[in-house]
Design a protein around this ligand. Structure first.
Ligand SMILES: [Zn+2]
Length: 123
């Protein structure tokens, strides 16, 4: 089987997190974001059972919110609508920098946005 996500080279890729279920790596192209990462299910499968998916997404969020995206106040987790890698479950998350080259595409992608901090507003 010739799946790029099954043959991630652990010496070349920037691996952020590995658990029993998932691996989180930097995407090959940052597309102008300071942070753009991919969460992949470690077994080669496209469909996850709902319970597994929920567990995997919770793990990914728990990594994203307090750690990875601590430098920004919003990020989103994108569905793989525009993905070029078929057959292997994965999702990409990035900050929502308007100057990033894929910002318009992000707006067209089904996604979950997270807003992390509320600022005091002076009136
Ligand atoms: Zn695979």
């Amino acid at each position: 089987m010739d799946c790029p996500l099954c043959r991630i080279d652990e010496r070349k890729e920037k691996i952020r997190l590995v658990t029993r279920d998932i691996m989180v790596v930097d995407t090959i192209t940052p597309k102008g974001h300071r942070g753009r990462i991919m969460c992949l299910y470690r077994k080669h499968t496209k469909k996850l059972a709902p319970l597994v998916r929920r567990r995997v997404m919770a793990e990914f969020r728990n990594f994203c919110i307090p750690y990875f995206f601590s430098y920004t106040d919003r990020f989103s987790i994108h569905k793989d609508t525009f993905s070029t890698i078929p057959g292997h479950w994965h999702v990409v998350a990035s900050d929502l920098d308007r100057k990033a080259e894929d910002y318009r595409q992000i707006l067209k992608t089904p996604r979950t946005e997270y807003r992390l901090k509320t600022r005091d507003v002076e009136v």
